[in-house]
Design a protein around this ligand. Structure first.
Ligand code: AGP
Length: 614
């Protein structure tokens, strides 16, 4: 989703802004732009599409803009108005002296626009953001102080925003503010950086200030003044960022997605260090701040999440219910926030999010917190807005995930759910020691099993090529792997744009079976365990309708050779842990199909990595 950058200092601003935008590309965007302060005017440049188009646009002006040492930049993921040059940010006020970049949605922009039009403002774009530029400029005309104009403006704005603003009459000054959208300020030596996310600043500085909602920062090369919207001065809290720039390299892989799939064995190892030592030692999960007594008495859990994180949550439900006997509800955050939810101080609410910034999940978390629930957040970003809402925080430590399609963060979320479920089961005494030890010893072997799959990925690549020429793809599974089927389908549709759907296999004959014929690939996630035979029968039913049958299995059953057209074998694993092992080939199938079809694997069309608007 949109990304903001800003710089004020003494270095050439254009390169810093463009590089910052490049580091935010993973968020997903469809146009871009920058504004820089030149000798006596602010110059604005914008382009549709990729950043390379903006660079082409800038090339003829290279000399003119090379001396600028202050500027703002933006990549836009269109919400209001098509992804055109005129709708791209930065947006200016009528006279062009004030420029704004914005991430979020101004919900009351229509009313504000009508009032500004009455005053004579002429609008050029269809965006909600242009309203902000005109409104600040109109207030600035009265108060002649940029920070004050921003403070007064924000009192009129409804919705979500991170804003970075500059004015030609206030040289060497950026004003930034935010509400329900991320914004970080990097602190350098006589220079400051502004960004929607850490990757845009990490190569310049590790010192940063996370702005909280309704704070306004006024930045010059050698000063930072932090205030609230009522001009009360606040003390900025400078933090040291726990990120390394090297994390953003593809390390020789063709795409970030492929690199991130290959990182998964180490991601699991890193999570287990310090938490699961041996099969017979208890799980250490100091991150859970609920007392043992509260955990013992806990009788209800709600998990809220979106997309891939929602699929991890569904598996979380399965294992918490299985291991601990606690009823768990799982719901898409976007649904949760618009109904009457029965949540109270006796409910543990778990929010799951790679980014920790997903607007729907953040809102849902805030709603439950207001009702007194204990909030446990499972996130890959311990520096995120959701993490700051947490009573208990389980950082999944997958390292920064650049590819829009989530892979390693999903495996990390699952691993964290297993640890949490085992931890609670130990405290509640709901599993036998033998069962606990069996799962724990198998968990310790998971990294090796994934390494075995990755070492023999050619078979998966061949399968992907064989079925890449299809318009539709069905994934079926039962029990604990039903969410695996959903996630496999989501991965494929996200990056290849093939219409892929996951079904609980028992539901096939209640409707979807009507779609089956010799053109339809059906992939069956067939793991040894209690639903194996049932799923085998469902696969027979699909075969009888001439579907092209693919098995993803850990079974050595000979009869599979007759039933399936293609078989991908994975190492043997306990059914309860099979979602982790089964997911890796499904990620690779999606990857190789998209790569074979020549799609933009890491930045699929229309998608954003951090969905910071509802
Ligand atoms: C995953 O591949 C997707 N890009 C998407 O579904 C994602 O999982 C969803 O937007 C939720 O994001 P979050 O985990 O950062 O909250």
């Amino acid at each position: 989703m949109c990304g903001i950058v800003g710089y004020v200092g003494s270095k050439p601003a254009v390169d810093i802004l463009l590089d910052g935008l490049e580091q935010l590309e993973y968020r997903g965007y469809d146009s871009s732009g920058i504004a820089v302060k030149c000798d006596d005017a602010i110059k604005v440049y914008k382009a549709e599409g990729k950043l390379s188009n903006l660079k082409e646009e800038l090339a003829p002006h290279a000399y003119e803009i090379s001396k600028a040492t202050m500027g703002i930049g933006h990549i836009r993921w269109a919400t209001h108005g098509a992804p055109t040059v005129v709708n791209a940010h930065p947006h200016t006020c009528g006279c062009g002296k004030l420029v704004v970049v914005h991430n979020g949605i101004i919900e009351n922009y229509k009313e504000l626009k009508a009032k500004l039009e009455e005053k004579g403002c002429k609008f050029r774009s269809q965006t909600d953001t242009e309203v902000v530029a005109h409104l600040i400029a109109s207030i600035y005309g009265e108060v002649k102080d940029l920070a004050k104009a921003v403070q007064l403006t924000t009192k009129q704005l409804e919705g979500a925003y991170a804003l970075c603003i500059m004015h030609n009459d206030e040289p060497n000054k950026l004003v930034v503010t935010k509400r329900n959208a991320p914004l970080v300020i990097g602190v350098g030596e006589n220079e400051y950086y502004v960004a929607s996310d850490v990757p845009a600043i990490i190569k310049h500085t590790k010192k940063a200030i996370y702005l909280t909602d309704n704070q306004v920062a006024t930045i010059t090369p050698d000063s930072l003044k932090l205030e609230d919207v009522n001009e009360q001065e606040l003390t900025p809290k400078i933090e040291v960022l726990p990120w390394e720039p090297v994390a953003l390299s593809k390390m020789g892989y063709k795409h970030f997605m492929l690199k991130e799939i290959h990182e998964q064995p180490d991601v699991i190892r890193n999570i287990l260090v310090g938490k699961l030592h041996t099969s017979d030692s208890p799980i250490v999960l100091n991150e859970v701040k609920l007392t043992r007594n509260t955990l013992k008495e806990l009788n209800r859990i709600q998990i809220i999440a979106c997309g891939t994180s929602l699929h991890a949550a569904m598996i979380g439900k399965y294992i918490i219910e299985d291991f601990c006997g606690i009823p768990v509800d799982v719901e898409a955050s976007s649904e949760y926030i618009y109904r009457k939810t029965v949540t109270d101080s006796h409910t543990l609410v778990i929010g799951v999010s790679q980014s920790g910034e997903t607007a729907d999940t953040l809102t849902a978390i805030k709603q439950s917190k207001a009702k007194g629930s204990h909030i446990l957040i499972i996130t890959n970003r311990p520096d995120s807005a959701m993490a700051r809402e947490a009573d208990s925080l389980i950082p999944v430590s997958a390292g920064i995930e650049v590819s829009v399609a989530a892979t390693k963060s999903y495996i990390a979320q699952l691993t964290s759910f297993y640890l949490l479920a085992l931890y609670m089961a130990e405290i509640k005494g709901t599993m036998s020691e033998e069962d606990l030890n069996k799962i724990k010893s198998e968990m310790l072997l998971l990294p090796q099993k994934i390494e075995q799959i990755l070492a023999h990925k050619e078979n998966i690549q061949t399968c992907a090529r064989k079925y890449s020429n299809t318009r539709d793809f069905i994934y079926i599974a039962r029990g604990i792997n039903y969410p695996t089927a959903l996630e496999g389908a989501l991965k494929l549709k996200e990056i290849s744009y093939i219409n892929a759907t996951g079904y609980p296999a028992g539901e096939l004959k209640h409707g979807p079976i009507a779609m089956l014929d010799e053109t339809m690939p059906v992939l069956s996630v067939l793991m040894n365990g209690k639903v194996y035979e049932k799923l085998l029968s469902n696969s027979e039913e699909a075969k009888a309708r001439n579907a092209k049958m693919i098995a993803l299995t850990n079974s050595s059953d000979q009869k599979l050779d007759d039933l399936f057209d293609y078989i991908i074998r994975v190492p043997e694993v306990d059914e309860l842990l099979s979602p982790i092992v089964a997911m890796v080939p499904l990620q690779l199938i999606a990857y190789y199909i998209a790569e074979f079809l020549g799609k933009d694997v890491d930045q699929p069309r229309n998608l954003a990595k951090s969905v910071t608007v509802e």
